[in-house]
Design a protein around this ligand. Structure first.
Ligand code: NAD
Ligand code: HSE
Length: 354
């Protein structure tokens, strides 16, 4: 049995979703993969910071959050570490970076991730900032330290868009990627089509844990643009920056626009896309009206869909959750499984269990 000690930065929707999965699925993970996940430290800017090298009980973390809204009275041998102190001292094998996304600087997540990699820790992050802005540098650092960076949760939450694209489709030659890549805006557009006001729909998306801490990132298309950058760079060998994306959000779309579309059997969708051209690429995020026979017409709520156009296989479409605490927490599990599978101990375990 391989035990992985996890240190978590940010205990919001995703952190709590991950804790629920660890609470409920550790036995299954140990049976199927020979791993045990132990949360040894949690550091949250507002909810408090606690650590225990023997492991923190996820059930207690969750019930304290439920009861008190924070971890400030949770009993633990160590309290009060800031993020860097936690990375340096917790003895964790994997840093889980789940703090707010900042698409201007990537900070403070960028510094957290660099510190962990420099300390020889693996990293799994759902935080899009460092990946959209600095992935090549982080990848190089991770390689030099012989550790891995998992980023599955940065695009389509736990729907394995990155693992599929990087793992299986790269050799098929991806020439275009297009899809609905933001749960919040798809949810809002769907609610508006049933008559809800924009503000009410946005508030519900926030309550459901889909929206960014600052939802401007969602509704103005910055979040989708970041995902287009991540996909284009990782899966199509491009060197995109956020400025390369021709971006329009959905905040100008009114209920009248939506009902006019519905009358002609059409649906508004925020679509992100990147396509290779002979002379470079074309990349955009914009709301489009799609007709009822379009494959994306009935992708509703926080569900997302992505189509990879490839040279060898034609189009491959993946549909699944695009946001949500548990759904994104599962992306971290996928990253950990990927880290585990690349370790020599896993190959031994597979051989012995055959
Ligand atoms: N919620 C989703 O559906 C989803 C999906 C994919 C990716 N993400 C990304 O995952 C990350 C977490 O999302 P979330 O929904 O849990 O957000 P959230 O706002 O619910 O929680 C983030 C937590 O991080 C804490 N935090 C912020 N800055 C910190 C710092 N410097 N040090 C320690 N703690 C800090 C906050 O106090 C907060 O509790 C974000 O970067 C988001 O963009 C979220
Ligand atoms: N705010 C994002 C979270 C997932 O990246 C969304 O709504 O899609």
């Amino acid at each position: 049995m391989k035990k992985y000690k996890l240190a978590i930065i940010g205990f919001g929707n995703v952190g709590q979703g991950l804790a629920k999965i660890i609470r409920d699925k550790n036995e299954l993970l140990s049976k199927k993969f020979g791993i045990e996940l132990s949360i040894v430290a949690v550091c949250d800017l507002y909810k408090g910071s606690i650590a225990n090298s023997s492991g923190l009980d996820p059930e207690i973390l969750l019930s304290d959050i439920e009861k008190y809204g924070d971890l400030k009275s949770t009993s633990a041998p160590i309290t009060g570490w800031n993020a860097i102190e936690m990375i340096d001292n917790s003895g964790a094998d994997i840093l889980i970076e789940l703090a707010f996304t900042d698409l201007k600087t990537g900070e403070p997540a960028l510094s957290h991730v660099k510190r962990a990699l420099n300390n020889g820790m693996h990293v799994s992050m759902t935080n899009k900032g460092p990946v959209a802005l600095h992935f090549p540098e982080l990848h190089k650092l991770a390689s030099s330290k012989n550790v891995q960076i998992g980023i599955e949760g940065t695009v389509m939450s736990g729907t394995p868009s990155i693992h599929l694209g990087k793992g299986m489709l790269l050799a098929a030659g991806i020439t275009k990627i297009q899809g609905i890549l933001n749960g919040t805006t798809n949810y809002i557009l769907g609610e508006m089509s049933t008559g809800a006001d924009y503000e009410v729909a946005l508030k519900k998306a926030q309550e459901l844990g889909y929206a960014e801490a600052d939802p401007t990132g969602d509704v103005e298309g910055h979040d989708t643009a970041a995902k287009v950058v991540i996909l284009g760079n990782l899966l199509m060998d491009l060197s995109l920056t956020l400025d390369d994306i021709d971006r329009t959000g959905i905040s100008h779309i009114t209920n009248v626009d939506i009902s006019n579309a519905t009358k002609s059997n059409k649906y508004w969708k925020l679509i992100g896309s990147v396509q290779k051209r002979d002379t470079g690429f074309i990349a955009s995020v914009k709301p489009e009206m799609v007709s009822s026979d379009h494959p994306l017409a009935f992708i509703n709520g926080a569900t997302n869909a992505i189509t990879y156009s490839t040279e060898l296989l034609g189009d491959i479409t993946l549909i699944g959750p695009g946001a949500g605490g548990m759904e994104t927490g599962y992306a971290v599990i996928e990253d950990i499984l990927s880290i585990h599978r690349s370790a020599p101990a896993y190959r031994e375990y597979r051989l012995n269990s055959q």
